[in-house]
Design a protein around this ligand. Structure first.
Ligand SMILES: Nc1ncnc2c1ncn2[C@@H]1O[C@H](COP(=O)(O)OP(=O)(O)O)[C@@H](O)[C@H]1O
Ligand SMILES: [Mg+2]
Length: 344
């Protein structure tokens, strides 16, 4: 991972230049998330999983969500695919080509998923029907989504896409349970991009894999981005080294809130929020595993409307418990939600 980390830093130096070029071209955002709030409701409890989340995701941009387990990263991804169950409360807007996907009918959502926006889940085996071969899974997807008119074309496209992920043709005839974890993830990525979606949500796509397999899959994904086989991507990971390698822009989340954001290079080399600083220092010391918390646990009491990091922040002031600070812009496109930066 240390090698990947160093490679990541040299990568972000060059990708920052590309990112700037892209910004100059000012493409319309593919996805505009405005003031998204998600609360999970179960029996008498309400978990405010995501609060006041906004993001513009442009064509060919790779945006990362960084934060420890429970920060709300997956919830943002699920919301973007319209996958939050109806019993929960979702407010705000997620606009895709002028249409709010939170208001789409099931039929509209079906047409949107895979063709416009795809997702690679943390446990991708669930994406595949275990009773049919990988090839049949692929063919069903491509014909159902009308990416291909017939089974023959679908099989050809499936094989073409699997080759991009360095998979053997024999895997087409294998059943999902016969694949190793790394192969399953590569099949999931192949399926997710075969329909040529504008936006791909990758939710910890390599977290469950060993370091070598993880590095090889990330390398493949980076190549696919360079070849524009992957267009806009929302990359979810608790691992900053993965973001250094994969993303142009980074949003740091803590207990449902975005507390800092900017270019990945800027956030990693010049973290501003006390939580980001701690998160990055623990990364540098030993590498962070998902589930290991750099700060609070879910049982710690944070103020309802203030900054959720208050119980652990050595700099907490009275105002931090009263309201959540709006983002302050520090330097170019680097924003932090922290009252500490008011005095500057
Ligand atoms: N289906 C659900 N029902 C109730 N609470 C949930 C559900 N899914 C996630 N949560 C809660 O929402 C919060 C954010 O979870 P999640 O989006 O999975 O975070 P992350 O992906 O950053 O680990 C956590 O407190 C989690 O326990
Ligand atoms: Mg998650």
């Amino acid at each position: 991972m240390a090698v990947l980390f160093r490679a990541g830093f040299s990568f972000i130096a060059t990708s920052a230049v590309h990112a700037e070029t892209r910004t100059v071209m000012t493409m319309e955002p593919n996805i505009e998330i405005e003031n998204l709030n998600v609360s999970y409701i179960s029996r008498n409890t309400r978990v405010r999983a995501v609060r006041e989340f906004s993001l513009d995701l442009r064509e060919n941009e790779s945006v990362g969500l960084l934060g420890e387990s429970g920060a709300g990263k997956s919830t943002v991804g699920w919301a973007l695919l319209g996958l939050i169950g109806k019993q929960n409360v979702v407010t705000g807007e997620i606009n895709f080509q002028g249409k709010n996907i939170l208001k789409m009918t099931n039929r509209e959502l079906n047409a949107y998923r895979w063709t416009d926006a795809s997702m690679i889940f943390q446990a991708s085996l669930n994406t595949l029907d275990p009773l049919i071969t990988v090839g049949q899974n692929f063919v069903d997807l491509l014909t159902n989504k009308k990416t291909c008119d017939n089974k023959r074309d679908a099989r050809a496209l499936a094989w073409e896409t699997m080759k991009l992920l360095a998979l053997q043709e024999s895997i087409m005839d294998a059943y999902p349970h016969q694949l190793s974890g790394g192969m399953k993830q590569r099949v999931a990525i192949a399926m997710a991009i075969s329909t040529n979606p504008k936006v791909l949500v990758a939710d910890e796509p390599t977290t469950a894999l060993d370091t070598i397999t993880q590095a090889s899959i990330l390398r493949l994904m980076k190549t696919l981005r360079e070849q524009k086989k992957i267009r806009g991507i929302l990359f979810v990971s608790h691992d900053v080294t993965v973001h250094a390698y994969m993303t142009d822009r980074l949003l740091v989340m803590y207990r449902g809130r975005v507390i800092e954001q900017g270019s990945t290079k800027e956030v990693i080399t010049n973290p501003l929020h006390p939580y980001t600083k701690l998160l990055l220092s623990s990364e540098r010391i030993g590498g962070q595993k998902e589930g290991v918390r750099a700060g609070a646990s879910q049982d710690d009491v944070a103020p309802a409307d203030g900054c959720p990091y208050v119980p652990f922040c050595p700099y907490a002031m009275k105002s931090c418990s009263e309201s959540f600070p709006t983002a302050r812009t520090i330097g170019q496109d680097h924003r932090v939600s922290c009252f500490l930066y008011d005095a500057k």
